[in-house]
Write a protein that binds this ligand. Structure first.
Ligand SMILES: [Fe+2]
Ligand SMILES: [Fe+2]
Length: 258
């Protein structure tokens, strides 16, 4: 039975260290055939560089997904064109570098991965719930499809889950960095969770050093943001696939780094 491990937003050096130390063992323990990692905050808490993407691949990621911080670091722009295992939201403009879908294969099983970004508070080029149809056509006929919906609004993620129920194996939400308690397999057979959470320092404010975030909220004055280091955890989900497509189970994996 195919299993997919999906890891929530890796934030900064604490997140990358957690991936380096935990992902290999976790993959073995959970017998995950595929590992998909959201890496949009891997570099210093915002965006990703080719070096940090390579680090995630080396640690065991088969596919890296992104989000609203995709283009923060200029050096990743050409990398997104060259490296097929890293994807940015499919509903970005066609003129923006990179692609929105990837296909990977393991032991004769083909997994399609789609990245989408929400529209509410995130201003993407096209509505996610429209763009997904084209993205699924682009993926074509594969054994399983996992969709990473990178969005702020819970409503938009829930709506996408229902829209895709029975059409894909899993719809997983990212971006808020806080795991939600609604992981389940929908009636049509699609595994769903509104937010997987983040892989990074739980002792901060969604990845930022807490004293800096508190200062901004108390003073309304700009302040530098550094990634938090305190109390790193991995937040992930394991999706057990059904033989004929769809999912049998989705389980949250929430563990402190050793
Ligand atoms: Fe994000
Ligand atoms: Fe994020």
């Amino acid at each position: 039975m195919t299993a997919i491990l999906f890891v929530g937003d890796v934030v900064g050096s604490a997140g990358r260290r957690t991936i380096r130390t935990m992902l290999g063992e976790l993959r073995e323990e959970l017998r995950a055939d595929f590992v998909v990692v959201n890496g949009e905050n891997a570099a210093g808490g915002i965006g990703i560089t080719p070096k940090h993407a390579d680090e995630l691949f080396k640690a065991g990621a088969d596919v890296v997904t992104l989000g609203n911080h995709t283009y923060r670091h200029r050096e990743v722009w050409p990398y997104l064109e060259e490296e097929r295992r890293i994807i940015r939201p499919a509903n970005f403009l066609a003129t923006q570098p990179g692609r929105g879908t990837a296909i990977v294969e393991h032991d004769g099983v083909r997994l399609g991965v789609v990245n989408l970004a929400g529209n509410l508070y995130m201003n993407q080029a096209a509505p996610a719930l429209l763009a997904i149809d084209d993205a699924l056509r682009e993926v074509g006929s594969v054994d399983h499809v996992l969709v990473d919906m990178h969005a702020e609004a819970t409503s938009e993620k829930v709506a996408l889950g229902w829209y895709l129920d029975g059409r894909v194996t899993a719809v997983v939400g990212t971006h808020t960095h806080v795991p939600t308690a609604d992981a389940r397999v929908l009636p049509g057979g699609t595994a769903y969770i509104t937010d997987v959470g983040m892989t990074g320092a739980r002792g901060g404010v969604i990845g930022v050093r807490r004293e800096q975030s508190i200062a901004v909220m108390r003073t309304h004055m700009p302040q530098r943001y550094d990634p938090a280091e305190d109390d790193p955890w991995i937040n992930a989900v394991l999706i057990r696939c059904a033989p004929g497509g769809g999912a049998e189970a989705i389980e949250q994996i929430l563990r402190p780094a050793p």
